[in-house]
Design a protein around this ligand. Structure first.
Ligand code: CMP
Length: 141
């Protein structure tokens, strides 16, 4: 469903990653983000591929699998795709829509631009990364 720019900003404001952003930062994020509806079963990210996008889930759920094994289910407010963009390593997992999805998609370049301009995003990204790496280590043990 396409939204007007105000409701896109409202949606972005409701995402925990962006909750401390100022009005002008929210407007910048809205400029960098495309909203997309995806069908159930759609593969958003494939393990081993090169990363080009960062996703924020507005509604619906996804399953994260590594080597075919489920490692997490994520839903509204969660983000995916940060690992490959931050590190230039291949995608660490496959991410598949478990339900119809409404997502915000930000390109690699847009994501890096936001991180440069908004250092307030780093602590939340770092926390999620630490938790995810710990979980991925356990799942491959
Ligand atoms: P990336 O490696 O770019 O692509 C796959 C994504 O799945 C990864 O970024 C994270 O966003 C996400 N991911 C990987 N492992 C986990 C995990 N254990 N829990 C939640 N999300 C994960």
């Amino acid at each position: 469903m396409a939204r007007g720019s105000n409701s896109k900003v409202d949606l972005i404001k409701s995402v925990p990653l962006f909750e401390h952003c100022s009005k002008s930062e929210l407007a910048k994020i809205a400029q960098s983000a495309d909203e997309m509806d995806l069908r159930e079963g759609k593969v958003l990210i494939r393990e081993g591929e090169r990363g080009r996008e960062f996703f924020v889930i507005a509604s619906g759920n996804v399953e994260v699998t590594r080597m075919g094994k489920p490692v997490a289910t994520l839903g509204p407010g969660d983000f995916i795709g940060e690992m490959a963009l931050l590190s230039n390593i291949p995608r660490s997992a496959t991410v598949t829509a478990l339900t119809p999805l409404d997502v915000l998609v930000i390109t690699d370049r847009g994501f890096k631009g936001l991180l440069d301009r908004m250092p307030s995003l780093w602590p939340k990204l770092a926390k999620a990364l630490a938790e995810r790496i710990a979980r991925d280590e356990n799942s491959s043990a």
